[in-house]
Design a protein. Structure first.
Length: 181
């Protein structure tokens, strides 16, 4: 049988010839019922508090589980981001190296073209200077021809007597070439 404060207060005892003092038994039962009621109220309060704490524990466990899940996801995301950044960095470095190699190759090709052009221009310069020297020497030799034929003397003298546009200085082929160089 389940005891309650009410059942304790209303408990009836059989009467016997030499029984207990009725008032004393009732006073004791009254105190016992009050204490039982207090304990029962405290027990209900503790049960309610226990239930609330269990609910909080469950809520905290859910929060903990969510936090762990979030932490795992964040860790995985950061790992993926780091890995992606490493791959991107490697890709950028490879692209940079390829572009640098291509630029260097283009620069070498261009330098080779310029070098070949310079060589060709130098060859052309030497060729032109040689032709010019030959032409000047040829013209000089024409001017220096000794006139053997007497009939030609008046014509040559006439040509020589004509005023020259330039100074009457002698033409020096080597001086001209030095000026050109």
């Amino acid at each position: 049988m389940k005891y309650t404060p009410f059942s304790i207060k209303n408990q009836e005892f059989n009467k016997s010839v030499r029984g207990f003092d009725k008032d004393e038994v009732h006073a004791f039962l009254e105190k016992l019922a009050d204490e039982f009621e207090r304990l029962q109220f405290e027990n209900e309060k503790l049960v309610k508090q226990n239930d609330e704490l269990n609910e909080q524990i469950q809520e905290f466990r859910k929060i903990e589980k969510n936090l762990q899940s979030t932490l795992i996801n964040a860790h995985e995301s950061s790992s993926k981001a780091v890995e992606s950044a490493k791959k991107q960095t490697q890709l950028i470095l490879k692209e940079g190296e390829l572009k640098a190699a291509q630029l260097i190759e283009n620069a070498k090709t261009e330098a080779e073209k310029i070098r070949n052009s310079v060589i060709k221009l130098k060859e052309e310069k030497h060729l032109l200077l040689a032709r010019l020297k030959t032409m000047i020497e040829s013209q000089t030799s024409l001017l220096d021809i000794e006139i053997h034929d007497e009939d030609e003397i008046p014509a040559v003298e006439q040509t020589l007597k004509q005023p020259k546009k330039n100074d009457s200085s002698e033409i020096n082929v080597d001086d001209i070439l030095e000026k050109l160089l």
